[in-house]
Design a protein around this ligand. Structure first.
Ligand SMILES: C[S@@+](CC[C@H](N)C(=O)[O-])C[C@H]1O[C@@H](n2cnc3c(N)ncnc32)[C@H](O)[C@@H]1O
Length: 230
């Protein structure tokens, strides 16, 4: 489903990059149907049973790009179920390839807009959400396409369990400031920062993605924001 077709503003850029290798195309045809979330069916009340075997906790990554962070977390937290949303098909294919090679049985994917999954998820079922380097849309006329708005935060507040964590990052100072301002204004979240340098330091359990590496190489400071769901 295309975001625009559903009558909402499309927030992402391209859906396709270079042509997929035969192996990755094969994984899209054979593995994706097994790990894709079926949004036509209601979500199970106990969301942990979406995974087989069942997991202790469910985390959600919105816009995982090439999936480095998603795969890193899934590999190190084998008792946690990870739901990843990404409309860029080359990113989906990359993650499928990692699922296949590393035998990651705890990843479920939605190859489209994360807002569909947010609407589908039952209330208070997610323990951690990652929104890492969402598309910055730096041009003034594109800013309305930025994902981190009050509306998105309402949806995240609904699905996050009390005490759950929301992690966000941006390498664009004005977007990081807007994100921070929007979350601080939201009654459901508290910023976990303990000192001024906090938002410049990536926690140890948060790997660097290629996107972040590129931002640093181009001289941009990444900002890391962690919030607690109240
Ligand atoms: C700048 S990239 C960053 C990718 C990754 N998080 C990283 O740090 O490397 C932003 C990603 O968000 C995805 N995206 C944008 N809007 C989205 C939406 N509504 N739902 C899911 N993914 C989205 C884009 O397709 C893109 O891959």
């Amino acid at each position: 489903m295309n975001g625009g077709e559903a009558g909402r503003r499309r927030l992402y850029g391209r859906r396709k990059g270079h042509r997929l290798s035969a192996r990755r195309q094969h994984l899209i045809e054979t593995l994706l149907p097994h790990v894709a979330i079926d949004l036509a069916k209601p979500a199970p009340e106990a969301l942990t049973t979406l995974f087989d075997p069942s997991v202790r906790s469910v985390w959600l990554e919105v816009g995982f790009g090439a999936g480095e962070h998603l795969v890193w977390q899934a590999d190190r937290n084998r008792d946690v179920g990870l739901i990843g949303c990404e409309p860029f098909i080359n990113g989906i294919a990359k993650v499928l390839s990692e699922i296949d090679e590393r035998e990651l049985g705890t990843v479920r994917l939605h190859a489209d807009d994360a807002r569909d999954v947010l609407a589908w998820l039952p209330q208070s079922t997610i323990d951690r959400v990652f929104v890492l380097f969402p598309d910055p849309w730096p041009k003034k006329r594109h800013k309305r396409r930025r994902l981190v708005t009050g509306e998105t935060l309402d949806a995240l507040a609904r699905v996050l369990a009390p005490g759950g964590e929301l992690r966000m990052a941006s390498d664009i100072a004005d977007y990081a400031a807007v994100m921070l301002g929007n979350v601080l204004r939201h009654p459901a979240f508290a910023w976990t920062a303990t000192r001024p340098a906090h938002w410049r330091e990536r926690p140890d359990d948060w790997p660097q993605t290629r996107y972040e590496e590129k931002a640093r190489a181009q001289g941009r400071q990444p900002y890391f924001l962690t919030f607690r769901r109240l």
